[in-house]
Ligand binder design. Structure first.
Ligand SMILES: [Zn+2]
Length: 149
């Protein structure tokens, strides 16, 4: 059985996956602050609505490896469970390349029900892309940004 803290944000046919503007803004600010290093975060909320995030500080030291440090990841999951939220996705930056999943991203991704976000900071404007793992690869999906909390 799937634990209830592990979300299925793509399981709601009538509800497109959404992100609040506030979280969008904070993620971008933290991502730009981490530049030129990679930034990553867990995205949390309920059902298909992402309303908060937890930065994963342990993974920003390496210039490309996207990995969760064990204790930090477990702490984050405990926090999600305690607050009755769901883990809905992960986000990481590509400081120097386009927002296209790398082979390492493919190999390292095991939570296939969740959303996978990449923000590229290699151009003059940040580029956001969101993916769903389906049929053995990342498929790009659209999402909405909501104003409410
Ligand atoms: Zn990547």
């Amino acid at each position: 059985m799937t634990p209830n803290w592990l979300g299925e944000p793509f399981a709601f046919k009538d509800n497109k996956l959404s992100l609040t503007r506030k979280v969008h803004k904070r993620l971008l600010a933290e991502a730009q602050e981490a530049f030129p290093y990679e930034y990553s975060a867990l995205l949390i909320g309920q059902k298909a609505a992402i309303t908060d995030h937890i930065p994963m500080t342990g993974s920003t030291l390496d210039k490309h490896a996207f990995s969760f440090d064990g204790p930090g990841f477990l702490r984050a999951i405990a926090l999600i469970r305690e607050s009755n939220m769901q883990w809905l996705g992960v986000l990481h930056t590509h400081p120097h390349t386009l927002p296209v999943p790398s082979q390492r991203d493919r190999d390292g991704w095991h939570y296939h029900s969740l959303s996978y976000w990449i923000v590229s900071l290699c151009g003059s404007e940040p580029l956001w892309r969101m993916y769903q793992w389906q049929d053995g690869d990342f498929q790009q999906r659209s999402y909405t940004i909501t104003e409410e909390e």
